[in-house]
Ligand binder design. Structure first.
Ligand SMILES: OC[C@@H]1[C@@H](O)[C@H](O)[C@@H](O)c2nc(CNc3ccccc3)cn21
Length: 444
């Protein structure tokens, strides 16, 4: 099933999850450095102090990308490396690191796809209120403008934010992610400022950039557990809370009325002009897809803990997510029909399984991951046939890495990392993905 000519095949990572050396060469600490160094918050007390040591081993990792035949590499830039205090004086060593990485990617024939924010807010800005402060949109635009002026042209694909919903829900409602707040009244303020920051960064790019910029969202299709009215109502609420929450303001310039009602008194009165900023047109949408969500009656409870009722006969990943490739097709068709068929890249798709250990001779027989990826890639081919403007795919992740509050206990990589000695081993899924890329999907 060959994919269209020019379909872009890649893999993705994020700075705090792979780089290590979070304070090296003048870098400023992030909220994830603080979160990991706060006892009891991350599995096993794991931190990003070393991670995959990518800050020092990046040439070796680019060699791995060449071995995979990657056409593009999605990575994130650590704001605190570039602006240690979040604003003000730039750190040339931090900018130099990303400039060298980008130059060597281009040398290798790999198109860089840079994410400006993948959850690692400079701690100095969190001390000034972080995303709760309306000034955060200006702080972000200042950072974005600095990086655009340094790297645009060599980087031709930019995304502003990675998954603002997870930043809001994990960082300010459940508290499972940095900065670990649990406050219903903070959540909509943070979400709105993230969206304003996105809009200001896009406007900054239109002033100086010459290529393409987008937004990355996590979308998770919601299906009612039964046809009972209370299950259908709960499903609509869950859909409003996760999926329409950011898509509607960015593509339609207004919030979903169901969402506003759910927050009730916790929903502030936002200036109408903010929505004009937020809906500044983008060039493409990045969708991170992992699983679906079956929804039962929530009895009007809010906030909504994402329940995952077990589906008989389903396969589950190590993060407790049902393997459900149909949800990816349903999601892509929903985006196509509701939001005018924007150009879409799957910017993350992958799974954590209990991989077998590295075998003698250096192999990791991760058949479950290969099967997960194969099922989802086959669905993409159908989505294109059904009219979705799907431009490319990034497997999550290039490397096993720090899975946030799970620490190093969950492995998503196409490449195994032995954290005791930083040895990289290409897994069977990585070798298989290399064949998919080489055949432009023909071998699926
Ligand atoms: O969990 C795997 C990856 C993670 O390593 C990435 O940094 C992040 O971008 C990412 N997002 C999701 C999906 N989003 C999500 C949805 C509900 C709860 C938690 C995460 C999965 N992943």
């Amino acid at each position: 099933m060959a994919f269209p000519d020019g379909f872009l095949w890649g893999a993705a990572t994020a700075a705090y999850q792979i780089e290590g050396s979070p304070l090296a060469d003048g870098a400023g600490a992030s909220i994830w450095h603080r979160f990991c160094h706060t006892p009891g918050l991350v599995h096993g007390g794991d931190t990003g102090d070393v991670a995959c040591d990518h800050y020092r081993r990046w040439p070796e990792d680019i060699a791995l990308m060449r071995r995979l035949g990657l056409q593009s590499y999605r990575f994130s830039i650590a704001w605190g490396r570039v602006l240690p205090q979040g604003t003000g004086t730039a750190n040339s060593a931090g900018l130099d690191f990303y400039e060298r990485l980008v130059d060597q990617l281009l040398e290798a024939g790999i198109a860089p796809n840079a994410t400006l924010y993948h959850w690692d807010l400079p701690a100095a800005l969190d001390d000034r209120g972080g995303w709760l402060n309306r000034d955060s949109a200006d702080w972000f635009a200042e950072y974005a403008d600095l990086v655009f002026r340094r790297l645009d042209g060599r980087v031709k694909m930019w995304t502003t934010l990675n998954e603002p919903w997870v930043v809001m829900d994990g960082g300010y409602l459940s508290g499972a992610l940095a900065p670990g707040h649990r406050n219903l009244f903070e959540a909509p303020i943070v979400a709105h400022n993230l969206l304003r920051a996105h809009g200001k960064a896009v406007q900054a790019y239109r002033a100086s950039g010459a290529h393409r910029i987008g937004l990355v969202v996590n979308l998770e299709p919601k299906y009612p557990a039964s046809d009972a009215p209370q299950d259908r109502v709960a499903t609509r609420r869950a859909h409003a809370y996760m999926n329409r929450h950011f898509m509607d303001p960015v593509f339609r310039g207004r919030y979903d009325a169901v969402l506003v009602r759910m927050f009730g008194a916790a929903w502030p009165a936002f200036p109408a002009s903010d929505l004009d900023l937020i809906r500044t047109p983008i060039d493409f949408l990045g969708i991170n897809y992992y699983t679906r969500n079956v929804v039962r009656d929530d009895a009007g409870r809010f906030p909504l803990p994402v329940e995952r009722p077990v589906q008989r006969g389903a396969t589950y990943t190590e993060t407790g997510w049902e393997v459900f490739p149909q949800g990816l097709l349903d999601t892509l068709n929903w985006v196509r029909t509701r939001y005018g068929n924007p150009p879409v890249y799957i910017t993350e798709n992958g799974a954590a399984f209990d991989d077998p250990p590295v075998a003698q001779g250096g192999a990791v027989h991760d058949a479950l991951r290969t099967d997960y990826l194969r099922q989802h890639l086959r669905v993409l081919h159908r989505a294109i046939a059904e009219g979705c403007d799907l431009r490319g795919y990034y497997a999550w992740s290039l490397l096993d890495n720090l899975e946030w509050a799970h620490g190093y206990s969950k492995r998503f990589g196409l490449v195994h990392v032995d954290y005791r000695n930083q040895r990289r081993t290409l897994k069977d899924s990585g070798a298989w993905y290399a064949r998919v890329i080489a055949s432009n999907g023909q071998c699926l």
